[in-house]
Design a binder for this molecule. Sequence first.
Ligand SMILES: N[C@@H](CCC(=O)N[C@@H](CS)C(=O)NCC(=O)O)C(=O)O
Length: 216
Amino acid sequence: MSLELFGHPFSSYTWKALIALYAAELEFEFRIVDAEHPDNVEVVQSAGPLAKFPVLRDGENMLFESTTIIEYLSHHHASDMLIPADPDAAIGMRMLDRMFDNYVMEPMSQVVQEYIRDGENPDEARVAEARGKLERSYAWLEGWLQFYPPMDHVTLIECAAAPALFYADWVSPISSQFPRLRRWRAHLLQLPPVAQCVEDARPYRPFFPLGAPDRD
Ligand SMILES: N[C@@H](CCC(=O)N[C@@H](CS)C(=O)NCC(=O)O)C(=O)O
């Protein structure tokens, strides 16, 4: 039975799962979730309580939550290449995954949501608070990167980091105060599985609520 991923090419969490699928060189069907594909929307609605994507279908198995999807792919289809089988080695990786989702993706998406709510008149206090959180995360990552050299190998960390940093930098540019983080973001974007996501999402850039920058 073939793997099917339901998501959208411009969605950061869809990228997270796509990067894993591309890195493990797994065959899969991409099912776009949009108004023109109501069947795919229905699958996503039936998978989890809030109809969020990505969703992975593997025969009888239906999974939502990008990290869970990567855990499943790594264990069942990729010989543990995305998350080490050794529990201790995996703990640090899972902590970083939570770091990217909760402390980078979340404040980035708070800013985006504020512009979706009212692009002309976003709540400046909320935007400033979310950008402040991003700055604190950038500072933490700058320190962490002393011990984590850029790798060509893709793990759960790269899957979570690449989309989070790609869009976070659009919302709150990573300043020259954080040279290691800037270099690592550039490194991540040129990894083939990530570059593929960047290219496939390019046609949707005009829909970015803050206006997509003319780079990347
Ligand atoms: N924690 C979820 C977050 C998924 C998520 O927020 N997906 C967004 C797209 S990037 C979504 O489904 N948005 C549509 C909606 O919330 O209705 C995961 O890791 O998969």
